[in-house]
Each structure stands twice: as structure tokens, then as C-alpha cells.
Design a protein around this ligand. Structure first.
Ligand SMILES: [Zn+2]
Length: 300
């Protein structure tokens, strides 16, 4: 899950000036109600919904891999089917509903998720109806009633998915959740991070790990053979230099004034919000972090 803070994902002046050069226009042939796409590279297509969720389709010569599945409101399966008829592997970055809700459409899929996320996934399946009540969405009955079954294979550090001319390699990125997993695309020097590294970093969920773990994950990402980061709620990559800003943002926790924050889709989840930059010049995004209440001492 990702905190719903501000809608900062529209095109901005930085994009217009070409500072962020990895955004290509959506392919209209591949547009479907509620779903759109952004081509990141010839092999990587970012697919997004109207709620600001995204998943990533990596297409090789022999296989395709879908990283995450959004909330399940739209017909993601037929959308992917329009793009490729290659055998499909799915990897869930973590168990939150906005990354795994759509898995109900892929009951027979070759599906992977870190086993540390299984309980989180099952809890999120139970939470989806409440999320929809609180946010005004509608979901297919099969999903709301839980009338489907998916079977996860475990995935851990170093698992490699050869797709034909391009590979995806599992990288453990704990913090946001214990079993958060990224995929390193070495050939493209891109790391897919889900919610594990984000300009709007959420560490306030009950399953989130301490700040120290997140800082280790940031260090790990910065040292990867990658130049760009692609997150689970964004339709463009951020340069690896943005990690330095995320470090600085983490550094203000407990030093600057924090603001009480409540997660609207599930208001029982709350934390303390720290703002580092309203709009970063480097990435055109708000940079902030939300931590559990009590982490830091300058609450309003
Ligand atoms: Zn999440």
C-alpha cells in the first residue's frame, strides 16, 4: 500500500524540459477502460490504473513476466493478453492489496511471492471490501467474496527468471514489509521496487520493519548495477541519484516536526508524516516519509 497524499503524478515542467528522459507516450492500441500504459523500454511496459497503482510487464523472446497485479478492479488479464501471448510468470512485490488484488484473475498462473508475505496477503484479501467501502470503488464479486484460489511459489534473493534476451533477478528489499521483493533487470539497468523504495515512503503499517532496515535497503538499492528505479505507483523511472534524497528524507524523522497521518482506505492505520520536499526538482515528486507514531519526538 502506498499513502494517498497528493496527486503529483501529472506531467510537469521537468518532464517537459526532458530532464526525465525515460517516459514515452502510451500506446493507444493498448488502452482499455481503466487501464493505460507507459513504455519504459522496448522490453518493459508500465501498466497503470486510475487509482495510481501500477504493475510492470517485462517481455522477452520466450516468456513474459508481470510484476504485481494492482487492485483487481480492471480486466488486467485480457489487457496483458492483448500485449503478449507468451507464457506468463507473475511475481508479487509484496502482499498489499493494491499489488495483489488483481491476482484473482490469474488462478492458474506461474506465481511467485516471498513466503514472509503470505499472512499479509491473506489479511489484505480480507481487507479489500473495507477498502472499497472507504474509497468508493467497486470490485468484481468473485474478488470481494474471495471465490478464487492462487498458489504462490516462494521467491528469495537471487532467483533469476530468464525471459529470452532479458532476465529478471529477485532482490530482497525489506522495510515497507518484511518480504518486499524487487526485480533487477540487468540488461536495462533498471530495478523494479514495488513500494520498497518510494518518494512517499510508508513505514507505518503494522507489518513494516524498523527504520534501520529501510536504510539498509536504500543502501542496497544504491549499490545495485542499475541507473533507474521504477516503483509500484509511478509511470516513469527515477534516477538512482534520487536515493540520496530518500536518505535525507529518512534523516529528518524525529528532527523536524511531524504531522499526524491517517491512511484513508484503512483508517485504523496511522502514523507520523514527515515532509522533506513538497516537489523535488530532481524527480518532480513530493518526498516524504510516514513512520509509526512515536518514532521521533517532535509530533504536532
Ligand atoms: Zn505496499
Amino acid at each position: 500500500m502506498q499513502g494517498e497524499l497528493t496527486d503529483t503524478r501529472t506531467a510537469d515542467s521537468a518532464l517537459a524540459q526532458g530532464e526525465l528522459t525515460d517516459t514515452r507516450t502510451a500506446d493507444p492500441v493498448l488502452t482499455q477502460a481503466g487501464i493505460t500504459n507507459t513504455r519504459i523500454t522496448d522490453h518493459i511496459l508500465q501498466i497503470s490504473d486510475s487509482r495510481g497503482n501500477a504493475c510492470t510487464l517485462i517481455t522477452g523472446k520466450d516468456r513474459a513476466l508481470l510484476f504485481d497485479a494492482m487492485t483487481g478492479e480492471e480486466d488486467l488479464r485480457s489487457y496483458v493478453g492483448k500485449i503478449t501471448d507468451l507464457p506468463l510468470t507473475i511475481v508479487a512485490s509484496h502482499g498489499h492489496y493494491d499489488h495483489t488484488g488483481g491476482l484473482w484473475q490469474f488462478e492458474d498462473a506461474d506465481l511467485y511471492m516471498n513466503s514472509a508475505e503470505l499472512e499479509i496477503y491473506e489479511e489484505n484479501c480480507r481487507l479489500i471490501p473495507e477498502v472499497m467501502r472507504n474509497t468508493g470503488g467497486t470490485l468484481p464479486e468473485k474478488l470481494l467474496l474471495g471465490e478464487y484460489e492462487v498458489h504462490f511459489q516462494d521467491i528469495s534473493e537471487g532467483k533469476i527468471f530468464p525471459l529470452g534476451g532479458i532476465t529478471a533477478e529477485a532482490v530482497e528489499l525489506p522495510g515497507h514489509t518484511p518480504g518486499s521483493m524487487g526485480l533487477l533487470i540487468r540488461e536495462e539497468r533498471i530495478i523494479l521496487v514495488g513500494d520498497a523504495v518510494s518518494p512517499q515512503m510508508c513505514l507505518f503499517f503494522p507489518e513494516s520493519l524498523p527504520m534501520e532496515t529501510y536504510l539498509l535497503t536504500l543502501s542496497k538499492v544504491r549499490d545495485l548495477p542499475a541507473d533507474r528505479i521504477l516503483g509500484g505507483h509511478f509511470t516513469r523511472c527515477f534516477p538512482m541519484e534520487s536515493v540520496d534524497l530518500f536518505f535525507k528524507c529518512a534523516g529528518i524523522v524525529g528532527k523536524k516536526r511531524g504531522i499526524a497521518y491517517r491512511f484513508l482506505p484503512l483508517p485504523r492505520y496511522h502514523g507520523t508524516f514527515y515532509l522533506y520536499d513538497v516537489r523535488s526538482k530532481l524527480i518532480g515528486e513530493t518526498i516524504c516519509i510516514i513512520v509509526p507514531d512515536g518514532e521521533g519526538s517532535c509530533l504536532t
